[in-house]
Design a protein around this ligand. Structure first.
Ligand code: NDP
Ligand code: 8X3
Length: 250
């Protein structure tokens, strides 16, 4: 049975991906910082699968915590076949001259360094076994920049660069690497970006039908169920009402 590792499974895309993949069944190793929510999610998913569902609470910004957590995975499910690098966030929407250094650090440490830390720890076993699939969650912000999105967009540009870098580095080892790049999707993303201001977050999705977390989970499911010789390199998906990172028909 395949072992699937999903970062950021306590909400949004990661949660929908975990729920969707539980039907195969795959053993699921699910992560996030909110340990209570993570245990609750795992307990709910256990009701729907015969496979193992293993909660691994840690902060991807902290390499030591990443290593301790990943080292603690029981041996029989420790060789990860599919890694979904999903954990990430945006903080605020300020122009560069007003940006808060701690917000920049959170985004860079989570979206770039966290993704790298987890990949560095999990990929050696894929290399050794000459098998594996890594799915990085990018964004339309991997390709374009919008006002106030500066550092967030830079982190997602970096994710695209890392996706391509992994694709070439892992080519000799039969490891597939895919980036899924969504546009506007209604999850906790904007609530986190605006520090829990629900009115501000709701406004982002007003006047059109945004993507849902399930839309992204369906795409990830498609990506990982292609035959072994097929690697989808990058998939950009937006709501029908969205042209690109900056133009949405409200
Ligand atoms: P959510 O806020 O709903 O989910 C984010 C997940 O990431 C949570 O499970 C959260 O768990 C986890 N997470 C955040 N920081 C950390 C951390 N330091 N360590 C471990 N886990 C962390 O947002 P989405 O589901 O929308 O976001 C998922 C990914 O999709 C992100 O990378 C985001 O940039 C990207 N994305 C989102 C889009 C959107 O419009 N929603 C569009 C394009 C890309 P916890 O709080 O428990 O740590
Ligand atoms: C999340 C979508 O448009 O806020 O990556 O960058 S957007």
């Amino acid at each position: 049975m395949k072992n699937v590792f999903v970062t950021g499974a306590t909400s949004g895309f990661g949660l929908a991906i975990a729920q969707t993949l539980s039907k195969y069944p795959f053993n699921l190793i699910l992560t996030g910082r909110n340990a209570e929510k993570l245990h609750q999610v795992c307990e709910e998913i256990r009701q729907t699968t015969t496979a193992e569902v293993f909660p691994l609470p840690f902060d991807v910004q902290d390499f030591k915590a990443c290593k301790e957590a990943i080292d603690s995975i029981p041996a029989h499910i420790a060789d990860i076949d599919i890694l979904i690098n999903n954990a990430g966030l945006a903080v605020e929407l300020n122009p560069v001259h007003q940006g808060a250094i701690e917000d920049w650090e959170r985004m860079i440490n989570t979206n770039i360094k966290g993704l790298l830390y987890v990949t560095r720890l999990i990929s050696p076993s894929m290399v050794q076994r000459k098998t594996g699939h890594i799915i990085n969650i990018g964004s339309t912000a991997s390709f374009e920049v919008y006002g106030g999105g500066n550092v967030y967009c830079a982190t997602k540009h970096a994710v695209l660069a890392l996706t391509k870098a992994m694709r070439t580095d892992f080519l000799p080892y039969n490891i597939r690497v895919t980036q899924v790049s969504p546009g506007a999707a209604e999850t906790n993303f904007s609530l986190v970006r605006f520090h829990g201001d629900k009115a501000k977050a709701d406004k982002v999705y007003e006047g059109y039908d945004p993507l849902t977390a399930q839309d992204i989970a369906d795409i990830v499911e498609f990506v990982i169920t292609r035959p072994a010789h097929v690697c989808l390199n990058e998939i950009t998906v937006t709501p029908t009402a969205q042209f690109n990172g900056t133009v949405i028909k409200h």
